[in-house]
Design a protein around this ligand. Structure first.
Ligand SMILES: Cc1cc2nc3c(=O)[nH]c(=O)nc-3n(C[C@H](O)[C@H](O)[C@H](O)COP(=O)(O)OP(=O)(O)OC[C@H]3O[C@@H](n4cnc5c(N)ncnc54)[C@H](O)[C@@H]3O)c2cc1C
Length: 421
C-alpha cells in the first residue's frame, strides 16, 4: 500500500507532524517502535510534562543560542501561545509556574499524551505500534520503508525518531545510520541535560540538599592549567555560566543549572580537566559578605562561626564549606581574622568541584548533535539533499535548556514539516 506520508517515531514531534499532515488531507501512516506512543511525554517533567515555556518565539530562539536562528519559521508556524491554545482546545488547561515553565493544570503528562492521541485519531492518520523501522531506502518515486513485518512505500517521509538519550524509551539513534547513508552529516551525538558526577565526598555527602539560587560556572581546573600552557590565557573565562537551582546527589549534581551546564562538559574533549565553580550566594558581593561577617563579629564576639554562616547558606553546606576552606567551625566570631573571613567568603562565592564526568545518555533528557541543521531547509524542514525527506524534533542537531524549550522545538519543527509535506 502506498502512502502520501509516512512519519517514523510517535514521540512529541511524530504525533504532531502526523496530525498536521493528515489534517491537510495527506494519507498518513505513523510507525512507532514501542507498543505505546509518546514514552518520553509520559516521563517528562517528573510525569507532569513541561509542555513549553511562558515566552514568545523570540524567547525560544534566544534560549537556543546559535541554533536559535533555525527555529524562526517553525516558531512562526507554531508559537508557544499556539501550542498552549492547541492543548487547551483539546481540553488540556495549562498553568504557568514561577520559573516560566508551562504544565497541564492537572499536572498529568497522561492528559497531554491523551490529547495528542485523540486528535491523531480524528485526523485519520493510521498509527501502527510495535513496528520499528529497520530499513529505509530511496526509490525512483519516493521511499521504501521496511519493518520486521511489512514493507511500505511513501511519496514523502518525516523522520522523528528522536535522539539517543534514555535508550530504554526506544530512542537508540536508529535513524542516524540511514540518514548518513542518504548523504546527511550527523553531528556526533552526545548527552545533554544530564546530571554531573564528581568524586568529591563533601559534595556527595550533601545528597538530597537543594540550593534555590546558585551561579554555576564551568571552568578549566588549575590542575589542567598547570600542564596546559596555551590554556593559561583563558584562565578566568568560564566556558559556561548558569544561574538557578541545583541539587546535591549521591553521585554529584543535578537540578536545572547542573543539567543545563552538562552540555559544555560532554562537549569538552577532556571533561575531567574541568571544575564547577559555585557561587552559593549570588545576591551578595564578596565585600558585602565579608563586611557582614565583620560587623556581626564586632557586635557578638561569642557567636559561633557556624551559626554566623547559617544566615547565608544551609547549616550542612556551611559546615562542608568551612571544612573545605580549612577553617575550624568551632571558632567564635571574635577569633575570626581578616584572612579567615576571606577564606570563608572565597568558599561561599568560588568553591570548586572537580568534574569526574556525567551520567551520560542513560540519564540525559536530550541529545546534542544529530542531523546537521545546514542540510535542512528551516522554512519547510525538508532535507536540502533528499527531496521529500523531512526531519523534525530531536533527531536534528538541536538541544535547548531545561524549561519546556525542547518540547516546543519538537512540536514546532514537526508542525512545520507536516505543513509542507
Ligand atoms: C526524563 C525526561 C524528562 C524530560 N522532560 C522534559 C520536559 O518536561 N519538557 C521538555 O521540553 N522536554 C523534556 N524532555 C525532552 C523531551 O522529551 C524531548 O526533547 C522530546 O521528547 C523530543 O521529541 P521527539 O519527538 O523528537 O523525540 P522522542 O520523544 O524521543 O520520540 C521519538 C520516538 O521515535 C521512536 N523510534 C525511535 N526509533 C524508531 C524506529 N527505528 N522505528 C520506529 N520508531 C522509532 C521512539 O520509540 C520514540 O517514540 C525530557 C526528556 C526526558 C528523557
Amino acid at each position: 500500500m502506498r502512502w502520501d506520508v509516512i512519519v517514523v517515531g510517535a514521540g512529541a514531534a511524530g504525533l504532531l507532524g502526523a496530525i498536521r499532515a493528515a489534517e491537510r488531507g495527506r494519507r498518513t501512516l505513523l510507525l512507532e517502535k514501542n507498543r505505546k506512543p509518546g514514552a518520553k511525554i509520559l516521563m517528562s517533567g517528573g510525569t507532569r510534562c513541561n509542555i513549553t515555556h511562558h515566552t514568545d518565539a523570540r524567547g525560544i530562539v534566544a534560549a537556543y543560542g546559535h541554533q536559535g536562528r533555525f527555529l524562526h519559521s517553525s516558531l512562526a508556524a507554531l508559537s508557544p501561545a499556539d501550542l498552549v491554545a492547541l492543548f487547551e482546545a483539546e481540553g488540556v488547561a495549562t498553568k504557568v509556574e514561577e520559573t516560566g515553565k508551562v504544565f497541564p493544570e492537572s499536572d498529568r503528562a497522561t492528559d497531554v499524551l491523551a490529547a495528542l492521541v485523540r486528535r491523531l485519531d480524528r485526523s485519520g492518520c493510521e498509527l501502527r505500534l510495535g513496528e520499528p523501522l529497520v530499513g529505509l531506502s530511496k526509490t525512483d518515486d519516493g521511499f521504501r520503508l521496511v519493518t520486521p513485518t511489512s514493507e511500505y512505500d511513501a511519496n514523502a517521509i518525516i523522520i522523528t525518531t528522536g535522539g539517543q538519550s534514555y535508550p530504554g524509551c526506544g530512542t537508540t539513534g536508529d535513524a542516524y545510520r540511514w540518514l548518513a547513508e542518504l548523504g546527511h552529516t550527523i553531528v556526533p551525538p552526545r548527552p545533554a541535560l544530564t546530571p554531573i558526577t564528581t568524586n568529591s565526598t563533601w559534595v556527595t555527602g550533601l545528597k538530597g540538599m537543594t540550593i534555590a539560587d546558585v551561579i554555576l560556572r564551568v571552568v578549566v581546573s588549575d590542575r589542567a592549567l598547570v600542564s596546559g600552557g596555551t590554556k593559561q590565557k583563558h584562565k578566568n573565562k568560564p566556558l559556561d555560566q548558569r544561574r538557578g537551582s541545583f541539587l546535591f546527589t549521591h553521585f554529584g549534581l543535578s537540578g536545572p543549572v547542573a543539567l543545563d551546564a552538562s552540555r559544555t562538559i560532554t562537549g569538552h574533549p577532556e571533561p575531567t580537566s574541568l571544575d564547577l565553580e559555585c557561587d552559593f550566594l549570588p545576591t551578595k558581593s564578596a565585600d558585602e559578605i565579608e563586611a557582614e561577617l565583620a560587623s556581626e563579629a564586632a557586635s557578638d564576639g561569642k557567636k559561633q562561626l557556624l551559626g554566623m554562616l547559617s544566615r547565608f547558606v544551609p547549616r550542612r553546606l556551611g559546615e562542608a564549606l568551612l571544612e573545605q576552606a580549612g577553617v575550624n567551625a568551632e571558632l567564635k566570631a571574635a577569633e575570626l581574622s581578616k584572612q579567615l573571613r576571606r577564606q570563608i567568603v572565597e568558599a561561599i562565592k568560588r568553591i570548586r568541584i572537580p568534574v569526574s564526568g556525567t551520567r551520560g545518555f542513560k540519564k540525559a533528557e536530550v541529545t546534542a548533535g544529530g542531523v546537521s541543521l545546514r542540510e535542512v531547509d528551516s522554512r519547510t524542514m525538508e532535507s536540502k539533499l533528499v527531496p521529500n525527506l523531512f526531519l523534525a524534533g530531536e533527531v536534528l542537531d538541536l538541544d535547548g535548556p531545561i524549561g519546556g524549550y525542547n518540547f516546543q522545538a519538537a512540536f514546532s519543527t514537526a508542525w512545520l514539516a507536516g505543513s509542507n509535506v
